[in-house]
Design a protein around this ligand. Structure first.
Ligand SMILES: Nc1ncnc2c1ncn2[C@@H]1O[C@H](COP(=O)(O)OP(=O)(O)OP(=O)(O)O)[C@@H](O)[C@H]1O
Ligand SMILES: [Mg+2]
Length: 313
């Protein structure tokens, strides 16, 4: 299962995402938790050690990951030929959620019993003004497209707020995307914008809503009215969660009501599991379009041959 949490800044993506990851681990699931946001609080909230040097967007780390993913795939000349839509093919090495996997060993930090934490990295100081965050997302896109989750294995990403990711394959690599929505007009309006973009990108069918910080039934109804049948769960406003954040600690005390909602998210997400080869076919379609863009051709030449029609996960 590959799951992403998105939403307006401050809506609670990291809080809901980390509660969900801890809920999964408590229920004997293995989780690769990825902080793909610029504001990096996910590690702290998960109780994982944050090691800045492990950012997968660091050049040396990206090169190491791509070299591994490349394996003996003859359709990719070298790791410099990876673009965000480069699909796995025969000979590619996949990321499996096991401590013996080289990428898990070198590029994640283990936490709790069966959690692995990875982070994309933030703006490099010398990158400010010259590069933008979505160039960092390319290594995340390669990582997610080359990860295969087995039974009881989850990839959970805390995503950057905003809509950059629609320009790439990122959203189609997830089985389900949960938009965290607060009972406020601002949050609902971000959901509506996201809905439009997701519909245009043909992937709104994978987008669902988790309400957050609801204080009463009116709040729940407010989110429900906006989300309609897309509403999967709604977490209440819990002052304890805010206090824990203020102290910069890890959330340990999860209320029964919140647990119930997290369970609903898990059950729902499990039903959304799609055949990874279907997502691969969508990635192929996108690659065919992306690889012929002029800046890609100028930098790499023709990369349309990277598609391996015979490959299955
Ligand atoms: N259910 C909740 N009850 C009370 N406070 C909450 C709840 N969910 C989130 N918060 C608080 O709201 C604030 C923002 O939450 P969080 O950092 O998870 O949001 P975010 O969407 O990840 O933000 P950013 O866009 O900055 O990454 C934090 O102070 C957090 O403690
Ligand atoms: Mg966050």
């Amino acid at each position: 299962m590959k799951v992403a949490f998105v939403g307006k800044g401050g809506s609670g993506k990291s809080t809901v995402g980390s509660l969900f990851v801890r809920h999964l681990i408590k229920n004997d699931q293995t989780v690769l938790a990825i902080d793909a946001d610029i504001n990096q609080h996910f590690a702290e909230m998960l109780g994982a050690q944050f090691i800045p040097e492990k950012a997968i967007s660091n050049d040396a780390n990206s090169a190491d990951i791509r070299k591994y993913l490349l394996g003996t795939n003859k359709k990719i000349k070298d790791q410099g030929q990876f673009i965000k839509t480069t699909p796995p093919g025969t000979g590619s090495q996949l990321i499996r959620l096991q401590s013996s996997n080289p990428i898990m060993r070198r590029h994640t930090v283990p936490f709790a019993t069966t959690g692995y934490f990875m982070h994309v990295g933030t703006y490099e100081d010398d990158g400010i003004g010259t590069s933008c965050y979505h160039t960092n997302l390319a290594i995340l896109e390669n990582t997610v497209s080359h990860t295969l989750c087995g039974d009881s294995e989850w990839l959970v990403a805390d995503m950057v707020a905003g809509t950059d990711a629609f320009a790439g394959p990122l959203y189609l690599l997830f089985d389900v995307i949960f938009m965290v929505v607060e009972p406020t007009p601002e949050s609902v309006s971000v959901f509506r914008q996201f809905k439009k973009l997701a519909e245009a990108a043909g992937m709104f069918d994978r987008v669902y809503v988790v309400g957050n910080k609801t204080m009463d039934d009116d709040d729940k109804k407010y989110v429900q009215d906006a989300a309609g049948d897309k509403l999967v769960a709604a977490l209440g406003y819990d002052p304890k969660l805010r206090k824990v954040r203020q102290r910069g600690g890890m959330i340990t005390d999860i209320s029964a009501a919140t647990s119930q909602e997290l369970k609903a998210i898990q059950t729902f997400a499990a039903q959304c599991a799609s055949d990874p080869n279907k997502s691969l076919a969508l990635l192929h379609d996108l690659h065919k379009r992306h690889a012929v863009e002029s800046y890609i051709v100028a930098a790499h030449g023709d990369l349309t041959h990277q598609i391996d029609e015979d490959f299955r996960y």
